[in-house]
Design a protein around this ligand. Structure first.
Ligand code: FES
Ligand code: FES
Length: 149
């Protein structure tokens, strides 16, 4: 058994040490907001925070996440209050199909913690998540709105 701390709660997970963290989050713990896209750290659909830093959970061994604070999109809102990134996403109607968007929001939330007022160049360098629906312009507008909220 492997013990994981996800969204402030402890979970015992029956998984092999080299199981991708994404599968433990989705299959063992049942938090399905974190998505599988590519499985090779390229698309960002599986982005979570590990100790506050954005990480692509498809490419992290579950054993490497032990003892760390893992936050998924389900843990982004605090005490029933949406995170400013979630509010900006709603206000700008960012998602199309929505599949990439939980990973997108997690990447953006981590960026804003690091850089409260990111430039377009910062966004281009950091938000490398892939959106097959092409929501990139709305993502950019919503990032600036969240930064100014
Ligand atoms: S599923 Fe993890 S980066 Fe694509
Ligand atoms: S909203 Fe459909 S993949 Fe991004």
């Amino acid at each position: 058994m492997i013990r994981l701390l996800i969204n402030g709660q402890s979970h015992e997970v029956d998984a092999e040490p080299d199981t991708p963290l994404l599968w433990a989050i989705r299959e063992n713990v049942g938090l399905t907001g974190t998505k599988y896209g590519c499985g090779i750290a390229q698309c960002g659909a599986c982005t979570v925070h590990i100790d506050g830093v954005a990480a692509r959970s498809c490419s992290i061994r579950v054993s490497d996440a032990v003892g760390k604070q893992i936050t998924t999109v389900e843990g982004l809102a605090q005490n029933g209050v949406l995170h400013r990134v979630q509010k900006a996403w709603l206000e700008h109607d960012v998602p199309q199909c929505g599949y990439c968007q939980s990973g997108m929001m997690m990447a953006v939330a981590a960026l804003l913690k690091e850089k409260p007022k990111p430039t377009d160049a910062d966004i281009d360098a950091t938000i490398t998540n892939i959106c097959r629906c092409g929501t990139y312009q709305r993502v950019r507008a919503a990032i600036h709105a969240a930064a100014n909220a």
